[in-house]
Design a protein around this ligand. Sequence first.
Ligand code: SF4
Length: 331
Amino acid sequence: MNRRASVAVFVPHIGCTHRCSFCDQRTITGSQSVPHAKDVAYACERAIECGADLKNTEIAFFGGSFTAVPREYMLELLEAAERYVKKGFRGIRLSTRPDAVDGEVLGILRDFGVTSVELGAQTMSDEVLRLNERGHTSEDVVKASELVKSYGFTLGLQMMVGLYGSSPEKDIYTAERIIGLEPSEARIYPTVILKNTRLGELFLSGEYRPYAINDAVALCARLLDMFESAGISVIKLGLHSSTDVEKDMLGGLYHPAFRELCESFRYRSEMECQIGADKYATFTVPSRELSKALGQKKSNIEYFRSKGVEVRIIPDPLLSGHHINRQTEDN
Ligand code: SF4
């Protein structure tokens, strides 16, 4: 299977009529300047020079609320991207707010070759939406999701974990509601507390307390399982590793390899269920998954050893995806 790739163009904060409690897109995206058509062209030309597999590469506008930017500016970026769709790029992907899509703008996006629309749902709890000053409701997410799909776009939904006023139960509820909307893809962003945000103030005043990182890893491992079991691809779990975020964060749920921690936790939980009261167990996993199954610095092996259980994990090149088999001779 060919891997999808994207040429990312960040559109920080443009189109946002207000600031959500947790957001500082300039830090998250590492982008300070406003991109224009020439920047889109430059990014695409670089991808061509580097030998990108164009038919599997989308031009992606991330960061702000793409469909809420001034219309002239939106068209400038779309026209620039469309030229490269005509040169063989797979299509255009963008992210926006659920209350910033309607039939008129979706029609424009379709005409320009947009293939994927991601909506920032963040949470399906109306109380948590309000507390974090999102400015839209869960019903907006439902309506926008249905509209995006009805126009034939690939729908992606983004959720956050551990927002101000949320709880693990509310995060699981959000995942259930999002799964019910049947997106093709999801992104899960554990909340990171950035300087110069309302959330930062709440954290410093003691009013907001983030989850412990280990609890967040266990929760996100469960969410990952929920989405994948429903056939929804989780294309991002955790903020990308970034020196800007590390420099500007006050706390919260950040780890440069957050997804790997979650996937390792998931393997550990599955092994634990299968081991039961046994003292030895051997598992096979896909070769590509071996480091996740072992855990960072073999932490899963050490975890079982501390409980008096010897576990062996053998890579199997014939397996793929997320997979674990217990060897029968141990049973
Ligand atoms: S709508 Fe998105 S980009 Fe705009 S402030 Fe909120 S989270 Fe940030």
